[in-house]
Design a protein. Structure first.
Lengths: 391, 372, 391, 372
């Protein structure tokens, strides 16, 4: 790759490449247990190179992590996005813990998170506050050394299998809006946490409702100050957009490849449909190029609003790609396997993947910030346009 | 083929619409189970025939119907589209009834139409085959006339409400050309297999025929034109259903946009949502105008009716699919939830766009008809 | 037509049909001078049937005018939109004069306007107030029996050939916003009115700047009360949208026919282009159907927000149609005749009509209220969505 | 064919960009007259060669150039696109220079490149004919080798800056296949007719050749591949110009949206405008990414370069046209005025989309190349 060869003149890059080579030599991916490999990766500082040494990182620029992932991926090692099912923790919550939390919290949470022993979820949205966190109602009240939590969260990804959650709760009164929020680490296995799966368009339950009934959280599990929640949320959301938008490199290409396969099975290659496919191929190429650029540009701990761009593009692209896929299926698009209730990790391919992805793609422009919110972020934070007046 | 029904006075339309809306609301089934399309609940279906006479609207009075016209039937489909009801309306009154009427076969009409009108007979038309082409030049299903009657063999697929039907009209090729036959699905040689449908509010079946006994409804002199007229009628009915569905999606979106507060304001006060709703209205009204024009043209057997129905179906398909998608988007995560109505419209819209030929199929036909 | 035959049972309709037949008999269009014909049409109350008797109307429902136009058009008589070049006056200003003005004003203005002896323009927009009339700055100050007008208008259609203008000016202070506005009839030939043409994208000058330097307007030329301007403007704008949006029946079909002609000249009929053309044909049909419906639904003097729908649809449609036309021209689209400065009425076809219409169509979504304003009107007035909060 | 230029260090790009931007701003002509494209003002053109060395960027040092690469040339076109300057850049350095380099003809290069590099020679490539096809299989223009040199006859059209050119490279068919010839437009047998251009910032001409004397630049063994490479290079340059133009349109839109107050607020605070600008940015950045990738692939002669250039030109054409239209819309009536810059970008965008093949032409090629 041009990137690697260009940047390898840099001593940091050489150091990282050497460490990866050592890791791969000592723990050959083909014969090493995944968890064991990931622990070794963490201990060598190759989990998040931008994190402090001893906490999964090396204190190096964040963009070197891209090199690490490329090298590991080429060697067949487990990569974060594909093997962990913990993208939320690894991609979004970890950077927020490092930025806003204490070193003892880093020690407690980062290693089990990275090696997949502890899955994390993010407890933000509420029924009355979807995109608008300043309207959150879940309350945290200090009682001795504990915070007592009451309230309801909704649209929580992976809550049903998470060991830990990052909870946003109100420590001030409702009028304090975004100023009166705090972030806590909560134990999802506590009996005072009630997780109820939410079934979605395709029968799967990626999301959950979560109820808190007098949950006691030790004061030590507060992340940052009791009024720092909004800043924590912003750090997480910026990373979320990089993660949802970016995902693994070539996410767009994968979707495109699926529908190209359907297309090539067709007997007639209608020119109008073909032109649509070419247009999608061009957009996919553009999205993957932009996304790779965004991943390289990432500075330490500081993903900018470019993540919103990638998220907006990918969500539109995937909807367009799977709509094409459905149209290419023609009458077969009328059929679907089962809408049986299932958790996403139970999913077994049943021959109706295009239909399922088509249905599910409608959520891409909603989850993790709607496309409307993304356009606001781009308009205001990238282009510098004035905000809406507050009513 | 004549359309001899008496048309309601337009002033009575509002009343009919209210009656239909109330009826559909009353017998709205609970959320359909995930694993299969629920079997037809015959109680409400019979009640609809008895109390409202919906199934008999197109049926002449001498065979127990109301002798009304496609104009009234269009209203029924608009309301059925809004209600997203799994009644086998499109099959029974959108396909089978016009096919029987267009056959000109008095014996067949006398035999089958009264049962349709009184709700005791669910009927459908099986024309598509496993290749899934809605407008093929010829059929693999073959019909043979024998001394003791006709026999039909072949496989039909994507048969609307095939699993519920008491009467299946089958289009097949005979030695002398295309014919339309009546098949009783309970006879030997007929196998009906339910298909798992993306849109669980409308069941689909595959019908396998092995030397199945059949009765001739339209011979080669009549069947092709009868089929064309039937498809035109069904296109108008489906487009009306799409208009109703689109209307409901816009109504839900506007309602939600008025109520839902985010960032201290109803979300409908933001231009992103307001303008989206305005564009939805533009599309809906455009679709409605095309559908109504197509209905008039089919009703009056106007020479441009094939153009009008292709335009209506093509546009309304994309309109409804788009409005259903926008409705999900405007509702956010709720729009995406199983418990909520929005995704069911999206599935209905997705499937309806495919039925009777995709928007592109119809536009390809239009390019020929318009000589572009 | 179904409409005529259905509604002809109605005595009003019979009366109108009879009057039209008489008019055509006495003044055969083929042999009658246009102005003379229009005067006769006015005198028989067939100019605007919804207006009072003796003032160009018969006091009948407005939708009967559609029948009049259809019958006259079929007989080859001059129709308002095509022959007068005074659509602004006839279509928009006349209804406002009748609604808000006095009978002596009707007598003075309506007949010369209808028969084309006096062209009218509408003096609303200003440099600092495009879509937002509540920010108008042109001032009218009462001095004895006259109002004295000072200020500048911009984007004024037809000002260079207008004899009269309907002027919106501020009688209150700037903070009075839309409440402190008044509508006046002004004499455009007054030397204190300075009209300067504004050249546009294609070299033509449809629009003008108009400067008022101590123009004195008799108090009798005020339309309505000195604070009734906003209501007058709304009446005009509602009629404007019907007129711009609707125009003559089949405006969409005419544009489509132009590009179909280009298309049919092509040697290759690319299927992708062909499908685009079919989509445009469908949209054109829908727009013309909707527009005809809107014209029929018009109640006396009371066009609703449906005009906004028609305007929005037609502006998008025409842009799409002429974009197709340009693409169908292929390399010929690179060429253009003259950008020479000209007034629109001087225009002579030069073989580059598609290019000219393509360029000019960009203005369709701007003039007479932008598409954004139209969507606001539709969202708020048709769908009942809440307004933007005032800052 | 080799690309032997030395590439600037990326850290120097910003400086080059600033120098170019300042230069174009300084010699921005006043608004072009309506009746015709203004003749080239040779003063600034020579100054650009002398002070900035723009025309010689691609020219090897031994022929008076900078020996730089397409990467630097891409920057020039981005800035030229922003400035909407009527310099004959696309013809001289986007077409003629790469054609000469790709010909491998040392004699021709030695003869023509120094004059291009020092600004004394404006050059162009004439390949399209009156039918207006940018990628034809064969040419009606014919070339014949005679004892006293070559003669070329035929009509070329849509020749970029043909009216300004001191050198016209002509593509023609000879008895042995496609050839590329150098023609001096001042020679007898050559007639150059200015064409009235929609985009008055780029002049077009028709070149009529009647047994015009010509010099062979590339013979049948080299000409087809040289032409393909030239077109790939020109596509990248034009796409860069489109990116620059799009960037300028977005910049104007955002600036206006921040400043212009309507209904008591800057219009950029309304979502209708804000979201439009956000979508413009998405398109612009997508186009830029495709253009940069195509540039790299042509630079490195990568096997996928034809795919990359077709994608870039197709997407950037629609991007620029759309952004230029949006820019007019956001500026309202002002955007539509002759005095204001917006309409000139719209015309440039409209014409640029057609040059070297329409977006659809390129997508049709892509369908083949991608085996869809």
């Amino acid at each position: 790759m041009a990137t690697v060869s260009t940047a390898a003149s840099d001593p940091d890059m050489r150091r990282v490449v050497t460490l990866v080579e050592e890791l791969l030599r000592e723990f050959p991916p083909a014969t090493t247990d995944t968890t064991e490999f990931l622990k070794a990766q963490f201990d060598r500082g190759l989990a998040w190179v931008q994190f402090p040494a001893g906490r999964g990182g090396l204190g190096l620029p964040r963009n070197l992590q891209v090199t690490v992932q490329e090298l590991l991926s080429a060697a067949g090692a487990p990569t974060m996005d594909h093997y962990l099912g913990n993208a939320l923790g690894v991609g979004m919550i970890a950077p927020a813990l490092v930025r806003h939390g204490r070193p003892d919290q880093w020690d407690a949470y980062l290693r089990p998170m990275f090696c997949g022993e502890e899955i994390w979820c993010q407890l933000f949205s509420e029924p009355a506050a979807g995109s608008d966190l300043s309207a959150l109602r879940t309350r945290a009240v200090l009682d001795g050394d504990d915070w007592v939590i009451n309230g309801q969260k909704i649209w929580t990804t992976a809550a049903h299998r998470a060991g830990r959650g990052l909870l946003m709760a109100r420590t001030g009164d409702l009028e304090s809006r975004h100023r009166g929020l705090a972030a806590f680490v909560v134990d999802m296995r506590d009996p005072r946490v009630d997780v109820r799966p939410l079934r979605q368009i395709d029968g799967s339950a990626h999301l959950n409702e979560v109820y808190f009934d007098d949950l006691r959280v030790p004061a030590a599990d507060l992340i940052g100050a009791p009024d720092e929640g909004w800043q924590v949320a912003i750090t997480i959301m910026m990373n979320e957009r990089v993660s949802i938008g970016g995902g693994s490199a070539g996410e767009g290409s994968q979707a495109l490849a699926e529908v190209v396969e359907v297309w090539r099975r067709r007997e007639d290659r209608d020119p109008v449909m073909r032109d649509r496919l070419v247009q999608l191929a061009i957009k996919t190429r553009a999205a993957d190029l932009l996304n790779r650029k965004a991943a390289r540009d990432l500075a330490v701990d500081n993903p900018g609003p470019e993540g919103s761009l990638a998220k907006l593009i990918y969500s539109q692209l995937k909807q367009g790609v799977y709509e094409f896929g459905m149209d290419a299926l023609d009458s077969e698009a009328l059929l679907f396997g089962s809408y049986a209730f299932h958790h996403p990790e139970d999913h077994v391919p049943d021959g109706f993947e295009i239909q399922r992805h088509y249905l599910f793609a409608r959520g891409d422009s909603i989850g993790g910030g709607t496309s409307e919110v993304m356009r606001n972020v781009i308009g205001e934070r990238v282009l510098g346009l004035p905000k809406e007046p507050r009513p | 083929m004549t359309v001899d029904g008496a048309r309601l006075d337009p002033s009575e339309y509002d009343e009919l619409r209210q009656v239909l809306r109330a009826f559909f609301a009353r017998c709205q089934p609970s959320e359909p189970p995930a694993e299969h399309t629920p079997p037809l609940d015959r109680g409400p279906w019979l009640r609809m025939a008895r109390e409202l006479g919906v199934q008999g609207l197109l049926v002449p009075e001498r065979w127990g119907g109301a002798g009304a016209t496609l104009a009234e039937v269009g209203l029924v489909f608009e309301e059925a589209g809004r209600a997203l009801h799994p009644f086998p309306l499109l099959s029974t009154i959108g396909l089978a009834t016009p096919a029987l009427l267009a056959s000109g076969n008095e014996v067949a009409m006398k035999r089958y139409l009264p049962g349709i009108a009184d709700g005791s007979r669910v009927a459908t038309l099986a024309f598509v085959e496993p290749a899934g082409r809605w407008n093929p030049g010829s059929y693999d299903t073959t019909a043979v006339a024998r001394a003791d009657g006709w026999q039909v063999s072949g496989v039909k697929d994507y048969v609307l409400d095939g699993g519920e039907a008491d009467l299946v009209l089958v289009v097949a090729d005979s030695a002398d050309g295309q014919v339309m036959l009546a098949v009783d699905p309970r006879q030997p040689g007929v196998r009906v297999i339910d298909r798992p449908a993306l849109d669980r509010s409308r069941s689909l079946a595959r019908v396998e025929l092995e030397a199945a006994p059949a009765t001739l409804v339209a011979g080669p002199g009549r069947a092709p034109e009868a089929l064309r007229h039937t498809v035109d009628t069904a296109l108008v009915c489906l487009a009306a259903e799409q208009v109703g569905g689109g209307e409901r999606c816009l109504e839900m979106s506007v309602g939600h946009a008025r109520e839902r507060v985010q960032f201290g304001r109803p979300i409908g006060s933001f231009q992103a949502i307001k303008h989206r709703c305005a564009d939805m209205l533009v599309e809906l009204e455009s679709g409605r105008a095309l559908q109504r024009a197509a209905l008039e043209q089919v009703l009056h057997h106007s020479p441009d009716r094939h153009i009008a129905t292709a335009m209506a179906k093509s546009f309304c398909s994309e309109m409804f699919r788009h409005l259903a998608a926008e409705n999900i988007q405007i509702h956010g995560a709720m729009g995406f939830s199983w418990e909520f109505e929005a995704h069911r419209h999206y599935k209905r819209a997705t499937a309806a766009a495919v039925l009777f030929g995709s928007p592109l199929d119809h536009r390809l036909r239009l390019a020929e008809l318009l000589d572009y």
